[in-house]
Design a protein around this ligand. Sequence first.
Ligand SMILES: Nc1ncnc2c1ncn2[C@@H]1O[C@H](COP(=O)(O)OP(=O)(O)OP(=O)(O)O)[C@@H](O)[C@H]1O
Ligand SMILES: [Mg+2]
Length: 307
Amino acid sequence: MEHTQHWLFHRPNYVSRETSCAYLWTLLNFRRTQNFGGDLARIIAVANQKGGVGKTTTAVNLAACLATADQSTLLVDCDSQANATAAIGFAKDPSRRTLYHALILNEPAEKIIQKSQVDRLDVVPADKNLAGAAVELVTAEHREYRLQGFLGPLLPQYSFVVLDCPPALDLLTLNALVCANSVLVPIQCEYLALEGVSELLDTLMRIRRTLNPSLEIEGILLTMYDERTTLSRQVATDLRSFFGTQVFQSVISRNVRLAEAPSFGKPIIFYDIHSKGAEGYTQLAQEVIVNAEKRLGTGARSAHSGA
Ligand SMILES: Nc1ncnc2c1ncn2[C@@H]1O[C@H](COP(=O)(O)OP(=O)(O)OP(=O)(O)O)[C@@H](O)[C@H]1O
Ligand SMILES: [Mg+2]
């Protein structure tokens, strides 16, 4: 299928190293701004157009860890691969309403949102029809704001909304970035780790200039880290020296239990709480909560979550 290119994504094919470094530098120096009140959910888009870097694993496990830490959370599967929907435990069901019904058919949230097996974690599922949404949205009115329109009324019910984006800078990713407070970028600790990151950051800058001026970087997350390999250690060191404090302290190790958990439809903390993967995502959730509390001022979020 041909990718639908939004005007925001039109860019030169070649960006020099200096230009991309400048983009990164400017982006990382954006002032963090607070654009939500203490009684509305913080929307975090997990995005990187590079495939297989750990977006879905991060979205699912971060959402489950946040919910388990008493933060009512909504996980939104924005990818027609529907991997997050499966990983959180939903078998294929053609009659189930999905994000497609929300964005294209304007069906009400109560028909679409599903309770998951994890307390305080709800899900907006996806299925393969969502691939059509990216195309159908091209001619739709307010096409960039559909997800924002759907999520807006739901925000008072949640502390966090986690969006699992597809591996493309398409209209679904654009919808996610337009309504998000922040972007969490997983980067695999492998050769060519930064491939595509400057394009993503370029896109984030365009969105900040136009559709969502307060979009922040939640953080850069090192994934599939293997401490035994020199390459992993080198990539991690390079990313930290380049991105500085924008990189989360928490690191997600390469861990076979993380790869197994989705086939059991369970987040890692319910599949193997003692695994390295569970440890990494628990720490990440703590970092995200602490950062949210810092932004809100002490106590506001605890009061909101009822903790
Ligand atoms: N830390 C990890 N250790 C081992 N395997 C992992 C880890 N993180 C993810 N995986 C596995 O790597 C594969 C890709 O991960 P995932 O689906 O999360 O990436 P993605 O960025 O969402 O991919 P896509 O771009 O296709 O949406 C999956 O099989 C997943 O189980
Ligand atoms: Mg994915």
